[in-house]
Design a protein around this ligand. Structure first.
Ligand code: FAD
Length: 501
């Protein structure tokens, strides 16, 4: 995986002009706020703050969305299981956000039906789920994408013929949204840039010290090795799983790891998403084009966030759950095309199992001019950003400027969504050129894993990578040695692929 000590190789050509301009602009004048972290939370704050007229900078140590925000289950959801835990406020907040996101970014929110089969003698009785999905619909202010319903045993088996029939009672069917997490980040960043935010990937925030009413910050440009010196009035720590790594931060995190496996849909044919259970835990089988995404796990993690990987035991856990529900399909490790592993940056408030920990968020003024933002979900990123920018205005002593992100379309009118969306865009040179010139892609994996998701969505990703590499070489002026290096680094990256690809 391309990571922090990742300079452009000798002869890699000039830095893209846009990046050079951004570097100059950030060094030029004091920003109102400098956001550390280019995941969904940082991106959302950048857009909101720029729309409210603030001077905004954002630095990301690796690629945008390379942290948790490209490693989720990609669901925009209230979280049916949190309802079972009695967290009604949390479910309502996220439910409202999911419907709102569909309004402002319809190209990134695909309504998706979920079939939740229930069995006699388990933790999920049908009568309880019936009530649960009704309440779930109501919590979207009565505007869920479609109304939930109950399926008889016969109807459940008609829709899912390979489902284990023994002790099956029937199912409930409810609706949530499917998105593409990394695309949501990219489009939010495109909107932020259009509103005037200065955004830099492969730039690591290293250190800050208070200098009067400002912060004096050291940032390292990982593409050139240059050290940058920036000043800002407010610093926002939006680094997700890395959030407690700075001496100024006061967040306490509990990191839990979750993995997803990608399989051919032919091997696990589902007409829409399916919820399967492991005791009180739930896993999803999510259709995505001719693939299905299956996950996730939820286990405590205490290693360095950048080292998180899918282990064989994680895959075994996921496949065991699938095979309990679809025993006739005998899904094996060889069916797994690829996988990804991510870390939930949960607030370390409680003991209990990882699945019991709240997905709520926290915004904290930990030092004068230093805001930590932690926890939360992809689904609630817009709301988190709104609350953070409200605090920033207070900190800057500015009058309250109303937030507009709940109403404005995510992308400004006239912005192309040709190469965006929930499903992987078709492979094309035009798309690759767009990702390089308009979406800050500088390495092969930036396109394959995050801008397009072709690694997960297309057959023969290794040969797709060679084609994409050749197009990127053309767009970015890579000489042959750089292309060879990019391909080698991509092929050897172990975190996104398994042997079966
Ligand atoms: C397995 C799994 C499944 C999930 N499924 C869902 C779901 O279906 N729906 C949902 O709503 N939520 C889901 N979530 C939660 C959601 O993905 C996260 O809450 C969200 O992506 C966190 O975003 P973030 O911006 O806080 O963190 P990140 O995306 O991790 O971004 C933080 C960024 O900070 C950067 N950074 C770190 N240190 C520095 C530094 N010194 N300088 C500059 N940059 C730095 C990192 O490189 C990283 O890119 C899931 C999470 C996991 C792990």
């Amino acid at each position: 995986m391309h990571d922090t000590k990742d300079k452009l190789p000798e002869g890699a050509g000039a830095q893209p002009a846009r990046r050079v301009r951004s570097l100059a602009a950030l060094g030029e004048a004091t920003t109102d706020l400098l956001i550390i972290g280019g995941g969904i939370v940082g991106a959302g704050i950048a857009r909101d703050a720029a729309l409210r007229g603030l001077r905004v900078g954002l630095v990301e140590r690796s690629d945008f969305a390379s942290g948790t925000s490209s490693r989720s289950s990609r669901l925009l959801h209230g979280g049916l299981r949190y309802l079972a835990q009695g967290r009604v406020g949390l479910v309502r907040e996220a439910s409202v956000e999911k419907t709102l996101l569909r309004r402002i970014a319809p190209h990134l929110v695909q309504p998706l039906g979920f079939i939740f089969p229930t069995y006699r003698g388990t933790d999920w009785p049908l009568w309880q789920l019936r009530i649960g999905v009704r309440v779930y619909d109501l919590l979207c202010s009565g505007h869920n994408f479609e109304s939930s319903s109950t399926l008889s045993r016969t109807e459940t088996l008609r829709r899912l013929p390979a489902l284990e029939p023994n002790r099956l009672n029937g199912a409930v069917r409810y609706f949530d949204g499917l998105t593409h997490d990394a695309r949501l980040v990219m489009d939010t960043l495109r909107a932020a840039a259009a509103a005037g935010a200065i955004l830099l990937n492969y730039c690591e925030f290293v250190h800050a010290k208070r200098d009067g009413a400002c912060w004096s910050c050291d940032v390292e440009d990982h593409l050139t090795g240059a050290q940058l010196h920036l000043t800002t009035r407010v610093l926002i720590n939006a680094t997700g799983p890395w959030g407690n790594r700075f001496p100024q931060s006061r967040v306490r995190l509990r990191l839990t790891k979750g993995i997803h496996c990608v399989l051919h849909r032919q091997r696990l044919p589902v007409p829409e998403a399916v919820v399967i259970t492991e005791g009180r835990r739930i896993l999803f089988i999510i259709p995505w084009g001719d693939r299905v995404i299956v996950g996730t796990t939820d286990t405590d993690y205490d290693g360095p966030p950048e080292a998180v990987r899918t282990e064989a035991s994680d895959v075994a856990y996921v496949l065991q759950s699938v095979n309990r529900f679809f025993p006739g399909l005998a899904i094996g490790e060889a069916d797994v095309l690829s996988s990804w592993a991510g870390l939930r940056p949960l607030l370390a408030k409680a003991n209990g199992t990882p699945s019991d920990i709240s997905r709520s968020h926290q915004i904290r003024l930990s030092q004068p001019g230093w805001l930590d933002v932690a926890g939360g979900k992809l689904t609630t990123y817009r709301l988190m950003a709104e609350q953070v920018v409200d605090r920033v205005l207070l900190e800057l002593g500015r009058p309250r400027i109303p937030c507009s992100t709940a109403e404005l379309p995510l992308l400004p009118p006239g912005t192309s969504v040709e190469f965006s969306g929930v499903q992987p865009p078709p492979l094309s040179e035009a798309a690759v050129r767009h990702f390089c010139t308009e979406e800050w892609a500088v390495h092969l994996e930036d396109v394959m894993l995050r801008r397009a998701g072709w690694e997960y969505g297309l057959a023969n990703p290794a040969s797709v990578a060679r084609q994409v590499g050749a197009w990127m070489a053309d767009a970015l002026g890579w000489p042959p040695a750089v292309l060879a290096d990019e391909l080698e680094q991509y092929e050897s990256a172990a975190d996104h692929s398994l042997a079966a690809r």
